[in-house]
Design a protein around this ligand. Sequence first.
Ligand code: NAP
Length: 288
Amino acid sequence: MQITTKTQKVGLLGWPLGHSLSPAMHNAAFAASGLDYVYLPLSTPPKLLPQAVAGIRALGFVGVNVTIPHKVAIMDYLDEIDTSAKLVGAVNTIVVKEERLIGYNTDAGGYIHSLEQAGITVAGKSAVIFGAGGAARAVVAGLVGANIDSVTIGARDQSKADGIAQLFAGTVPVNGVAWDSSTFAAALSQTNLVVNATPLGMYPAIASQPSVPWELLQQSVVISDLVYNPPITSFMAEGTRRGHTVVGGAGMLIEQGALAFELWTGCKADPQVMRQALLAGLDAINKN
Ligand code: NAP
């Protein structure tokens, strides 16, 4: 691809960026769409975040993705926060319009799209989530927005699960519980969807998984893992072995990226192109 003075710039603000595969996914999608855009890694230490935000505005970026550790801190530097980001309490995508920076969150929508891509709808159903961090909050926002009936959040520290549950008070029932409690076991025995929103099973500790009492789950339960490296986790493999439908975290990563792509360009990204770039990147990382 030829970069010229007309090329539109987007990128990824985070620290450290490590092995992020967002540049590979987005640049592949831009190339496949014939769009004159480039996605750049913008490694930014926390103390320089204000200067980086000023740079995005000054240098004429169309937008950026935002990742750890800036997703919450960046909200102080934006001109406007979209409802999608208010619900999740974090920004993962910024769009620059006439020098105004608008913060969005595409994780919640990306999660729901990844379920839909797998033929799963959540309206009228119930979900149980393992973990009470940023990803769990995005998943709850997505599920509530997609008209789920109820959500149970289980964590090793119940106060963190309670903290997320309280944010959704007044919507549908969202309960925080300790994941070693009988309440959690009861929720598992009645749920339609079980989500791993912890890093358990993530490369390199790929043998670990959340401790699910499998015998309690109904056969129709969908197993969803947010971990995307490896693309098939031990939790997913166990779910498949036991006859459950499983959905991996790669879908969420791709779909949140596709939504950001659309916000920046006004065009739809090709998720298959993004998936190929993601899987090739993961393969290369895991071989090294
Ligand atoms: P986070 O904010 O750090 O939260 C992690 C949660 O998992 C917390 O509840 C934490 O409990 C719990 N946890 C961490 N290590 C644990 C362990 N060894 N045993 C039991 N519980 C543990 O992280 P996050 O941003 O929510 O991310 C969670 C996972 O989702 C990560 O693997 C991340 O890669 C993945 N993710 C995927 C996508 C995607 O697009 N597919 C997007 C976002 C995140 P404590 O609070 O008690 O430590």
